[in-house]
Design a binder for this molecule. Sequence first.
Ligand SMILES: NC(=O)c1ccc[n+]([C@@H]2O[C@H](COP(=O)([O-])OP(=O)(O)OC[C@H]3O[C@@H](n4cnc5c(N)ncnc54)[C@H](OP(=O)(O)O)[C@@H]3O)[C@@H](O)[C@H]2O)c1
Length: 233
Amino acid sequence: MASTDHPTILIVGASRGLGHAMAEEFANRGWNVIGTARAGGRTELHELAEQNPNVRVETVDINADDQIAALRERLAGKRLDMLFVNAGTTTTDPLAQVGAVSAEEFTRVMLTNALGPLRVIEALQANVPADGLIGAMSSGQGSIADNVKGSREVYRASKAALNMLMKSFAAREADAPRAMALLAPGWIRTDLGGPDAPFTMKEAVPKLVDVLIEKRGRPGLEYLDRFGKTVPW
Ligand SMILES: NC(=O)c1ccc[n+]([C@@H]2O[C@H](COP(=O)([O-])OP(=O)(O)OC[C@H]3O[C@@H](n4cnc5c(N)ncnc54)[C@H](OP(=O)(O)O)[C@@H]3O)[C@@H](O)[C@H]2O)c1
């Protein structure tokens, strides 16, 4: 049973990697966590939920509108103190130059990293109160200003698109903004980050959670790294 007097976070894309580690970190800090996995298999999130009564598993594929609508129905009336879309992907060959990437592959990455997160946020934003936070996992690679070296071209483009869509979303409530965050976690050792990434989840995730909790007190959209420092757009 979830604790009624503790805040609740919905983490979309919590089956493994950073999303799962964030779910565990929030749960360890006394939050009620609703994590999502895609339907089908048993994941690390299911294991976490078995060990921790404050963690609950939901299912959604962020590229499936019907599944987003069903999730909204299931969560109708549920207060979400934080709504955080962590789900993301990259091209099969992460280093492929854009001309070598098929239209299908380009579309898959753009849908997952840019359109999907905003579809989820639009569907569930009514669950987030005025003092809540809405966020998504971006990347330092989404910074146009910082892109001096290129590489990971389609991934960069998808995270820049995510950033722009969040800017537009935030602009809709310019008069009474809620707290919103785009996070750049750093290069972290996960399935997506790969084995050469310099930082572990253990190093990064508590800092990311600190940044979100602090940001909740500051209305408006910010693009922040794991130290709480602003990333140039
Ligand atoms: N690792 C890094 O160095 C790094 C750096 C910057 C930003 N990021 C961002 O951080 C986030 C998490 O990355 P990670 O490194 O933890 O990657 P990961 O280990 O590959 O995990 C990706 C997560 O996203 C979920 N996901 C992917 N497509 C989805 C979809 N269509 N619907 C629902 N869930 C979906 C996956 O679910 P399944 O298990 O079902 O596939 C999984 O839970 C991503 O947005 C990534 O771009 C990572």
